[in-house]
Structure formats: structure tokens, C-alpha cells
Design a binder for this molecule. Structure first.
Ligand code: PGA
Ligand code: ZN
Length: 424
């Protein structure tokens, strides 16, 4: 049973405070988890509680830490760590708000993750095995090798993420190898063109580019120069994160000096997916543009995976509306958008039951916690995005997947293209 829960403030990959939690069992066994943090957060996400005031420009998490050390620790003391659902429900009830704003989703989630981990440790099994009973699969690593939008150092592209998905690799280690080779190849391509090779928040390159399609062209060149076939070996995955450039019904592409309606954005994506081997587009439209999403899905959803991130915020209420309105065909899954491990798993299962894709995701602000690697294998989502193969907090998740693959040995299944809702 749970003996003590101790939280502290630590620093994330962007130099902002975040919550870390140690859960100790009566047996003396201790496990630890840390909370990630987004930059282009959806307005419907669970609340990340910050202190405000002058300290850390208002971003301190002393309040959330104190809630863990007092209310939450007291409420969970003596509970069985195996009972994840009861523990998560207890915290939800203790918070009492719709969006976990009282205690903070950062307080609740970090405890929830640490509990899952200490339960696995008590059972003497790896986290992924403890989270679900299988079947397991190793996900396609969608590596974000060019960063724009809110994740870049300056206004490079309007679109936030340009990822490569080594869908044709025979197994996960080869997928990593191919992805890393393309990353190095892209660096050379950029250097040759005199473009910056400085990196953004997720480890991808962030040069100034003249259009939102230029990064895709550069990536295709990099794939070819690394000796792979675009569309067969390696496909492209986009996250425009369009809520960031949507206002009053208009999508403004500053890089291209253009303003488009939802319908024109759909045409834009149709052209892009005709020209390039793009298998997945996330947040192609904004978080409350439901009608636009339904139109977009009707237009290209049979060919391309359309992933709702800000649209669904890992929330089953919003996902079920999306299913009803045929507003997408896949969900992005971020633990801290909803705030407990139990609710996160519910969101994945809802998507899978519908035959939708589910992509497990990091946040742009991260720590070296690799929980999401285990989660993706446990739920066999077949897809994960956790940045470029660059920056320790990104690479740690990929390295954890390499370790899990080793543990699974010859029974390791690499998801490949079948994980994506695409006809390409
Ligand atoms: P965020 O970005 O973590 O900054 O919200 C990730 C995403 O939009 O997928
Ligand atoms: Zn996104």
C-alpha cells in the first residue's frame, strides 16, 4: 500500500518549473514521475496549475507541489497502488472541478503516473506490461525534424511540426536508424543551402523558410540523399497546430502572406498530400472548427490520417462528439491534457474501438520521464511522436522503446504503416 507521496519542483526542457513526484510503498519501494508541459496548448485542456506572481515569471508550481504533499498524500495514504482506477477517481473527486483546476492537472497526473510505475515495480514487471496485458506493439516513431510555429526560435513556418515516419522499416531499431540518418542528412541539406541548423523546442531544425511546404521539400531531399524512398520507406507527418494561426474564422499563413477559410485550408491540404507522401495531418483545422473538420474529413479522410489534438484534448466527451460528427479519424493522446492515466487509457480505447488511429505524444516542454514510451507499447497504438532524435528529453523516450524492444525480443511487433488510417 501507499505510504508516502512527496512532490517537488524541478525544471523542464524549456527552463520552466514542473512537478516531480515520488511515491513510496509500505515495503519501501519508491518510484518517480515528472510532468510535461505544452506551449501550443488547447483551450479545452485540463488546467496546468501555475503560481503566478514574479517568481519564475509566474510559472512556479509550488501550489501544485503543496497540494500533492498535503491533500493528495493524505487522501491516498494506505491505498493499494494496484488500484489505479480508484486512486485516479479519488483524486478527481478531491479536486471536484471539471478541468482539474483546483489541485492542478500537473499535480494529479504526476501522482497518477508515479503510482502506475511503483505498482509495476512492486510486481517486478516493466511498466508497459503492468499498464495493459497486450497484445503489444512497438510504435512508428514520428520524428519531428523541422520545428516551426510556437516551437521555433523565430517565425520560421506557420506550421509547427514536420515529422518523418519510417513506416517501411522492418523493425523498431531500423526505424530509429533510418530516422537518425535522415536527420543527419537534413542537417547537411540545410548547411549546403546556407540555412540555420539551430534547433527548436522539440529538437528539429528551425530555419527561416519562404513557405509552409518548403520544409516538406527539404525533408524529401534529405530522405533521398540518405538513400531511402519517400512514401515507401519513410512518409511525412504534419502538425500545423492551426489553432495557433486561426482567428475569427480565418487561417492566417504569415509565411505566405495569405488568409484562408476552412474550405480553402482543406484544398491546401489536398494539394499538399497530392504532391508529397504525407500520411497524417494533425490539427489541420482549429480546436472549435467542428464543421470544418467534418468537411476536411469528407474531403481527404479516406486517404490521409486526420488527427485531432487541440480538437479532442484526450477527452472522451470531445472524442465521442468527433466520432458522431465524423470530424477526424484519429486522436492525439497526451496524458497531461486530461490529467490521469486511467482517463488517458479510456481515450485510447475509445478511439481504437471506433477503428480510429491513436498517436501517443510528448509535450514541447518535457523532462527525461519516458512514461509515454511504455504507454504506446502497452496500448499498441502503433504511433508515437516524441520529437527529433536530438535533445536528451526527446531521445530518452526513443531509447526506452529500444529497451522495450529488447525485452520483447523475437515477439516484438513493429506496427509500420498499418497503424495509420491511410490508404496510401
Ligand atoms: P505542445 O505542442 O506540447 O506545445 O502543445 C505539441 C502539439 O501541438 O502536438
Ligand atoms: Zn499538436
Amino acid at each position: 500500500s501507499i505510504k508516502t507521496i512527496k512532490a517537488r519542483e524541478i525544471i523542464d526542457s524549456r527552463g520552466n518549473p514542473t512537478v516531480e513526484v515520488d511515491v513510496t510503498l509500505a515495503s519501501g519501494l519508491m518510484s518517480r514521475a515528472a510532468c510535461p508541459s505544452g506551449a501550443s496548448t488547447g483551450i479545452h485542456e485540463a488546467v496546468e496549475r501555475r503560481d503566478g506572481g514574479a517568481r519564475f515569471s509566474g510559472k512556479g508550481v509550488i501550489g501544485a507541489v503543496t497540494s500533492v504533499n498535503n491533500e493528495i498524500a493524505k487522501a491516498l495514504a494506505g491505498m493499494n497502488a494496484a488500484d489505479q482506477k480508484a486512486i485516479d477517481e479519488k483524486m478527481i473527486a478531491l479536486d471536484g472541478t471539471e478541468n482539474k483546476g483546483k489541485l492542478g492537472a500537473n499535480a494529479i497526473l504526476t501522482v497518477s503516473m508515479a503510482v502506475a510505475r511503483v505498482h509495476a515495480a512492486a510486481d517486478g514487471v516493466s511498466l508497459f506490461k503492468s499498464l495493459a496485458s497486450g497484445p503489444y506493439s512497438l510504435p512508428v516513431p514520428c520524428m519531428n525534424i523541422m520545428n516551426g510555429g510556437a516551437h521555433a526560435n523565430w517565425q520560421g513556418s506557420d506550421f509547427q511540426e514536420y515529422m518523418i515516419a519510417p513506416v517501411g522499416a522492418p523493425d523498431f531499431p531500423h526505424a530509429m536508424q533510418w530516422g537518425c540518418e535522415v536527420y543527419q542528412s537534413l542537417k547537411s541539406v540545410l548547411k549546403k543551402k546556407g540555412l540555420s541548423t539551430g534547433v527548436g523546442d522539440e529538437g528539429g531544425f528551425a530555419p527561416q523558410v519562404p513557405s509552409n511546404s518548403e520544409p516538406v521539400s527539404l525533408i524529401i531531399t534529405a530522405i533521398e540523399e540518405a538513400g531511402y524512398v519517400p512514401g515507401k520507406d519513410i512518409c511525412v507527418v504534419l502538425d500545423p497546430a492551426s489553432s495557433e494561426f486561426f482567428k475569427d474564422g480565418v487561417y492566417t499563413l504569415k509565411t505566405e502572406k495569405r488568409s484562408l477559410s476552412s474550405g480553402e485550408m482543406a484544398d491546401y491540404y489536398r494539394d499538399l498530400t497530392t504532391t508529397f507522401p504525407i500520411i497524417s495531418i494533425e490539427d489541420g483545422l482549429a480546436e472549435d472548427d467542428w464543421a470544418g473538420w467534418t468537411e476536411l474529413t469528407k474531403a481527404i479522410g479516406s486517404k490521409v490520417q486526420l488527427v485531432g489534438d487541440d480538437l479532442f484534448v484526450t477527452n472522451t466527451v470531445r472524442i465521442s462528439r468527433g466520432i458522431k460528427e465524423k470530424a477526424a479519424n484519429a486522436v492525439l493522446i497526451k496524458l497531461n491534457q486530461i490529467g490521469t492515466v486511467t482517463e488517458t487509457i479510456d481515450a485510447v480505447r475509445m478511439a481504437q474501438k471506433e477503428g480510429w488511429g491513436a498517436m501517443i505524444s510528448h509535450r514541447s516542454g518535457e523532462t527525461c520521464d519516458s512514461f509515454i514510451a511504455d504507454l504506446s507499447v502497452a496500448l499498441a497504438t502503433g504511433q508515437i511522436k516524441t520529437g527529433a532524435p536530438c535533445r536528451g528529453e526527446r531521445v530518452e523516450k526513443y531509447n526506452q522503446l529500444l529497451r522495450i524492444g529488447e525485452e520483447l525480443g523475437s515477439s516484438a511487433v513493429y506496427a509500420g504503416k498499418s497503424a495509420f488510417r491511410t490508404s496510401m
